[in-house]
Design a protein around this ligand. Sequence first.
Ligand SMILES: [Zn+2]
Length: 76
Amino acid sequence: MCSHKKTELLSKVTSLTDDKGRVTGWQLDIKLQCVDCKSFFLFKTDKVGVLFDQPAASADKEELRIPLTAPSFGAN
Ligand SMILES: [Zn+2]
């Protein structure tokens, strides 16, 4: 059985735009994969889907989708 000691973090950043094409924020998607057995770690959260104000996992819990802003956009 694999002890999952070597891992690789996979990430992707997508910019979010409004209907006029202006950037309104970003979404960071992350997955953590075991290098040896290739299985993905599962995020412990009850939040599922894509939420605009808090992190949420994919239905299989393998991906965490994190909404982001930038300092010049303010915290909200
Ligand atoms: Zn493993």
